[in-house]
Design a protein around this ligand. Structure first.
Ligand code: LER
Ligand code: MN
Length: 270
């Protein structure tokens, strides 16, 4: 398993669970200095990400790119893949596809999390799931061209009413022709939504593609009360070999959250 830490380049995302923010160079420097294997980057858009700078920083610090988030599509641009408006869905699709391409070019998967949107108004749950499935079918081949998966993240009920748990997300994956859509399981969301986190990870099994490593209160692992022992056992049992990425609140500050994340990673996965 590889350790990773999050860097947000979205000025509007203050209050969101990203450890380092606003400065890609400084984030990569701290990540490498603290011993992380990889960084997970959240750009404002594909076009606003300086790909050459990121490539140089990864090479300079011997870091891998764990994943690239599409969350700004929703947070900044109010784009959802399941919006009732056809044109907005198309814009959302183009926004996400551009990030899939940029991430794939750097050997990393893109994350579809908040861009899954929600069902509301005149849109039924089935309709929203149908639109999400169509979007994933279109995005997944772009990722496949780069030989990377596309990550789908179930979120807790306060962020979406569409995919909240592993079982429902697997139901959707089973309906897809694309085989490279994998689940991103976020331990913070799972703590709220799953009856048993370890059982849910076992259910995900080979479809688990990425892990967000956050404690019960969305702080760095060890700063909350999630019992990690059964979670680690489940990950071992399913042979998970992907990233364990600290997507947590920068509390009490970024440096302390990052240090706590790598210390917990080494303790449990080292
Ligand atoms: C949002 O709550 C989250 O967990 C992010 O990873 C979504 O992109
Ligand atoms: Mn997450």
């Amino acid at each position: 398993m590889r350790s990773a830490i999050t860097i947000s380049l979205i000025p509007e995302a203050h209050g969101a669970p990203f450890v380092f923010r606003d400065d890609l160079a400084a984030g990569c420097e701290r990540a490498a200095a603290l011993g992380f294997d990889a960084v997970e980057v959240f750009p404002r858009s594909a076009q606003e990400l300086d790909v050459q700078q990121l490539k140089n920083l990864l090479a300079q610090h011997r870091l891998q790119l764990a994943a690239v988030g599409t969350g700004a599509g929703w947070m900044v641009h109010q784009l959802r893949l399941t919006d009732a408006d056809t044109e907005t869905r198309q814009c959302a699709q183009e926004f996400a596809a551009a990030i899939v391409e940029v991430a794939g070019g750097l050997g990393a998967p893109a994350i579809i999390g908040s861009m899954q949107g929600r069902w509301e108004g005149g849109v039924t749950r089935d309709q929203a799931l149908g639109w999400l499935a169509e979007a994933l079918e279109e995005l997944a081949p772009h990722a496949q061209n780069h030989r990377v998966p596309l990550l789908l993240e179930p979120l807790n009920r306060y962020e979406t009413n569409l995919l909240n748990n592993v079982a429902d997300s697997l139901d959707l994956l089973r309906k897809l022709r694309a085989q490279n859509v994998k689940l991103l399981c976020d331990l913070f969301h799972m703590n709220l939504e799953e009856a048993n986190i370890a059982d849910a990870l076992r259910l995900a099994g080979p479809k688990l593609g990425h892990l967000h490593f956050a404690d019960s209160n969305r702080r760095a692992f060890g700063f909350g009360h999630t019992d990690l022992a059964p979670v680690v056992q489940a990950l071992r049992d399913i042979g998970y070999a992907g990233c364990v990425s600290g997507e947590v609140l920068p509390l009490p500050d970024s440096e302390t959250a990052a240090k706590q994340t790598i210390a917990s990673f080494k303790r449990w996965f080292g």
